[in-house]
Design a protein. Structure first.
Length: 68
């Protein structure tokens, strides 16, 4: 388990739930630790969290309100 703790969360906004799943899979394949699997959020979006090998915490998120 990684000993580094991230003090911030970086967010990556995506155009669909499928893109969130693809990014989560790509991150895991590159050595990231999945912290919280992607799932529907209480406000109607879709998000998951992973920690990269340097200890940074990332949120991969889709919010249907953000897409034109």
């Amino acid at each position: 388990m990684r000993s580094r703790i991230s003090v911030i969360t970086l967010g990556h906004n995506l155009a669909s739930a499928e893109e969130v799943d693809a990014l989560m899979a790509q991150a895991a394949a590159a050595g990231a630790m999945l912290v919280k699997p992607a799932q529907a959020t209480f406000r109607g979006g879709y998000a998951g969290y992973f920690q990269d090998p340097d200890g940074h915490l990332w949120e991969a998120v889709w919010n249907p309100q953000w897409v034109d």
